[in-house]
Design a protein around this ligand. Structure first.
Ligand code: GUN
Length: 294
């Protein structure tokens, strides 16, 4: 069994991005990311803080816009219009989930696709499905990079994705079925409507667990030698921890690791790749501007 070290891969890619960002800055285009957060949700706040810190470390410009939860949709849409037209900003990220009085679809659709570094805009999603050049969503893109890093063959592989979210399940399934490499896999997407999850996972060469529920994948559901990618981030109560909980994935790690050929830990697997690919998209966006394609 080999552990897939997301922190190491993230660090390597960030090193490359730092150089690309420095080159762009020397040519007068410092890549800039705007992060918009409404409200005080602690998990969202810590994600946003991590994004800003990562931008600083890579020499990216970051604009941190924090607004109260009561901010109106109209005000948020105006802010996006402003950022769409701001030449210092190459990527716009609106942290989800948004407060319930705001229509997230309308907000995402307002972001100009050339600055949609989350890859959530319908234009980005459509281009991804068609295999056209676009911004790929960060978590699925990070998963693909980890598979590439470990030379894990996807062509012809049976890949079972567990979970059908717009952020992970649906896009990773689409990316892996593209004919180009890495991809060309036979992809099955399982979800809460699947009759026998185990029947599917036992056939898998690669399992991508993105259900958002601890204990979704147990050892009896995994065949010997399978590759396990665990996207889950679940808090389980733990009195031995100062904060009162610990983070676990969707996979029963201790038992499943014995059967797997490769496995991602939680934390330290897929997680560190997500922000890295956000920075990747922001640098790419600035490079497109320099090339006159922004
Ligand atoms: N909330 C949880 N994950 C994400 C993400 O990747 N992007 C945004 N914008 N919000 C999120």
């Amino acid at each position: 069994m080999e552990l897939i070290d997301g922190k190491a891969t993230a660090a390597r890619i960030r090193g490359e991005l730092r150089e690309r960002a420095a080159k762009l800055t020397a040519q007068g285009i410092q890549p800039g990311l705007a992060v918009v957060l409404l409200g005080e949700d602690p998990a969202s706040r810590s994600y946003v803080t991590a994004k800003e810190k990562a931008c600083g470390e890579l020499g990216l410009y970051s604009r941190d816009i924090r607004k109260p939860a009561e901010t109106s949709e109209e005000e948020l849409l105006c802010l996006i219009d402003e950022l769409n037209g701001d030449p210092a900003i190459h990527g716009i990220l609106v942290q989800l989930p948004l407060p319930s009085h705001i229509n997230s679809d309308r907000v995402i659709e307002r972001i100009i696709p050339t600055k949609d570094v989350d890859g959530f805009h319908p234009v980005s999603v459509g281009k991804m499905m068609l295999g056209q050049e676009t911004f790929l969503p960060c978590t699925p893109h990070g998963i693909v990079k980890l598979l590439e890093e470990k030379n894990i063959e996807t062509s012809g592989a049976e890949i079972v994705v567990v979970g059908r979210s717009n952020i992970v399940g649906k896009p990773i399934a689409n990316m892996l079925l593209q004919k180009t490499r890495p991809g060309n896999a036979t992809v099955t997407v399982c979800h809460t409507g699947t009759k026998s999850l185990k029947e599917h996972t036992l056939r898998a060469d690669i399992i991508i667990a993105a259900a958002g529920r601890a204990g979704t994948i147990t050892a009896d559901m995994v065949r010997e030698g399978a590759v396990i990618i665990d996207v889950g981030v679940n808090r389980v109560p733990d009195d031995t921890k100062k904060r009162g909980y610990r983070l676990v994935g969707d996979v029963d790690f201790e038992a499943v690791k014995e059967k797997s050929s490769f496995i991602t830990p939680v934390p330290g697997g897929v997680g560190p790749m997500t922000i890295t690919m956000l920075l990747y998209n922001t640098v790419l966006s600035a490079e497109r501007v320099l090339a006159g394609r922004g």
